[in-house]
Design a protein around this ligand. Structure first.
Ligand code: FE
Ligand code: FE
Ligand code: MG
Length: 163
């Protein structure tokens, strides 16, 4: 984004950049949580669960990419040190120390619910002032809602399977 685009946002730009970097930290942690979860998971329907976790990991990485592109457009600096992920995250990181499929699904559902709250808040923050960021956030939020629903669907299948 050039000078004019940034000027349009006025003093809101720093606040929006901070929120975008917080979301970026979330996405990287979510990416790794899914990715490593897919490696270690054990239990019924393992293959199906792994495929879904990997698909979501790839989506989270794509979200990170979208956020960084926007941060750069706004003249900001994306997080360049992974140490910052823990400091700047909203949703944190849940290590899959228990590889049980139920536990991993539960942790990731909580993560998605947190992501949905974060992006809903970002929508409200950008609605009046920053339509371009708003559009990006709408796109990400659509994926996060789908992620939550997919994981809840798998939990339902598991419940039926083990009844
Ligand atoms: Fe995401
Ligand atoms: Fe997600
Ligand atoms: Mg999915």
């Amino acid at each position: 984004m050039g000078t004019k685009g940034r000027e349009l946002l006025g003093d809101k730009v720093d606040h929006i950049l901070e929120l975008l970097n917080n979301a970026l930290a979330d996405e990287w942690l979510a990416y790794y949580q899914y990715w490593i979860g897919a490696k270690v998971v054990v239990g019924p329907m393992k293959g199906e669960v792994q495929a879904e976790l990997i698909e979501h990991a790839n989506d989270e990485l794509r979200h990170a990419d979208m956020l960084v592109e926007r941060i750069l457009q706004l003249g900001g600096t994306p997080i360049i040190n992974p140490k910052e992920w823990y400091k700047q995250t909203n949703c944190g990181y849940e290590a899959p120390s228990d590889p049980n499929v139920w536990k991993i699904l539960d942790q990731n559902i909580k993560g998605e619910q947190c992501a949905i709250s974060v992006y809903s808040k970002l929508l409200k923050e950008t609605m009046q002032t920053d339509p371009v960021t708003y559009q990006i956030v709408v796109e990400i939020l659509r994926d996060e809602e789908e992620h939550e629903e997919d994981l809840e669907g798998i939990v339902e299948d598991l419940e039926n399977l083990t009844k």
